[in-house]
Write a protein that binds this ligand. Structure first.
Ligand code: P6P
Length: 342
C-alpha cells in the first residue's frame, strides 16, 4: 500500500467525519462485513487444499444443494456481526428464518441481509464468486424484530455492496452517495480505495443472459435479445457481444466497470416464480449499486427498488445496467403489457 493510498477504514472515517454521511454504528457495520469478507476470501483461496470445496449433501431454504463454503461463509458473517452492537437482526440466503441478535449482545438500529457466497456452483471450477450484502434501518420503537421488519422496498437501503473473490478481492460499496471500489492489498491485509464515483456507460453493445432459456422467455425479452442478435442487419443497426459467467457478482461487476446489461428475467419454466434471483439480498443491493452509478434496474415495467417485498426469500426478475438499454427493455415490457391489455 503506497503512502497516499486510502484504506477502507480511513475512507469510512472520512465519510463519517467530513461528509456527515454515516453514523459510527454504520461505519462499524461496514468494517465488520469487510473483515468477514477477508476471512471468506481466505477460505475460498485455500480451495481444494483445505478439503472444503465439496457439497454438504443438504439443501438450503431455496432448495439448492449447499456447498461447504456456503455454510462457512454464512457462519463467518453471522459471527462477525452479532456482537458489535450495530445490528438488530440478520437474514441470509442460507437461513430459513431471520437471525435475531442474541440477548447477550447489545442490539443496534440496522438490519443486515446477505447472500454469503453467490455463484457457489462455480467454486469447483475456480470462477469468480462473491458475497452480496444489503443494510436497512429497523423501524423506530420495534422491541421484537420479526421477518416483516425486513420487508422494505430496496430504495430504503442505507448501504449495499458486494465482495468478489476472483483474480482480485474487490469490495464495491455504496452508502447512498455514489459507488466506491476497494481492492484488497494482500500484503497489508486491508482494502484500499481504487475508484470513487463510479459511473456505468449509458450505452453498451454487450448483454449477459443465459441463452439456454431462450424458448422460455416472455415476448419483450425475446424481442430485445433477437434484435441484439440481428446485429447490423437488424433494427438496432449494430452488432452486440454476449457474456454469461453464471456468477451474478462477476457479471454485475463487469457491467459496473465497462457497461452492459445483466438479465435474469422471468421465464415459463416456473411461471409462478417472479425470477431466479432473490429480491432482498441479491436484486436490491445490486439495483442500488447500479442506479447509484447512473444505470437502471428493472423487473419488467417496475423499478426493482420500488418493489414492496412480501416474503423474506422472495425472488424477482432482474434486468440492470447501462441506462439506455434498460430503458429500451422497460419500453418493450410496457408496449407488451399495453398490447396484452388492449
Ligand atoms: P444459471 C448463481 O447460482 C446465481 O444465483 C447467480 O449468481 C447467477 O447469475 C445465476 O444464478 C446463474 O443461473 O441458471 O445460469 O445457472
Amino acid at each position: 500500500m503506497s503512502d497516499n493510498s486510502v484504506s477502507l477504514s480511513r475512507w469510512l472515517i472520512e465519510q463519517q467525519r467530513t461528509h456527515g454521511q454515516i453514523p459510527a454504528s454504520l461505519r462499524l457495520l461496514i468494517e465488520q462485513v469487510a473483515r468477514a469478507c477477508k476471512r471468506i476470501n481466505r477460505a475460498v483461496n485455500r480451495g481444494a487444499t483445505s478439503g472444503i470445496l465439496g457439497s454438504l449433501g443438504s439443501e438450503n431454504v431455496q432448495g439448492e444443494v449447499q456447498k461447504q463454503l456456503d455454510v462457512i461463509a454464512n457462519d463467518v458473517l453471522l459471527e462477525a456481526n452479532e456482537w458489535g452492537g450495530h445490528l438488530a437482526a440478520m437474514a441470509s440466503e442460507e437461513l430459513e428464518r431471520i437471525h435475531v441478535i442474541p440477548h447477550r449482545f447489545p442490539r443496534g438500529e440496522y438490519l443486515l441481509m446477505f447472500d454469503p457466497l453467490d455463484g457457489s456452483s462455480n467454486i469447483e471450477v475456480n470462477v469468480t464468486i462473491g458475497t452480496i450484502f444489503s443494510v436497512l434501518h429497523l423501524d423506530e420503537g420495534v422491541e421484537e424484530v420479526e421477518a416483516r421488519h425486513f420487508l422494505q422496498p430496496g430504495r430504503r437501503q442505507v448501504a449495499a455492496g458486494y465482495c468478489t473473490y476472483g483474480p482480485q478481492t474487490t469490495l464495491v460499496l455504496t452508502l447512498g452517495q455514489g459507488v466506491s471500489v476497494f481492492t484488497l492489498d494482500a500484503e497489508q491485509g486491508s482494502f484500499v480505495l481504487v475508484q470513487e464515483g463510479l459511473r456505468i456507460p449509458e450505452s453498451t453493445r454487450e448483454f449477459a443472459i443465459n441463452m439456454s432459456n431462450m424458448r422460455h422467455w416472455a415476448p419483450p425479452v425475446r424481442r430485445y435479445i433477437d434484435e441484439c442478435l440481428a446485429g447490423t442487419e437488424g433494427p438496432r443497426g449494430k452488432d452486440f457481444n454476449m457474456r454469461w459467467i453464471a456468477s451474478m457478482v462477476a457479471d454485475v461487476h463487469r457491467v459496473l466497470q465497462r457497461g452492459g446489461v445483466f438479465m435474469y428475467p422471468w421465464d415459463r419454466r416456473e411461471p409462478d416464480r417472479a425470477g431466479k434471483l432473490r429480491l432482498l439480498y441479491e436484486a436490491n443491493p445490486m439495483a442500488l449499486l447500479v442506479e447509484q452509478a447512473g444505470g437502471l434496474a428493472i423487473a419488467g415495467t417496475q423499478r426493482i427498488l420500488d418493489i414492496q417485498p412480501t416474503e423474506l426469500h422472495q425472488r424477482a426478475a432482474v434486468m440492470l445496467g447501462s441506462r439506455e438499454e434498460v430503458e429500451r427493455l422497460r419500453l418493450y415490457h410496457q408496449e407488451y403489457e399495453a398490447s396484452a391489455a388492449a
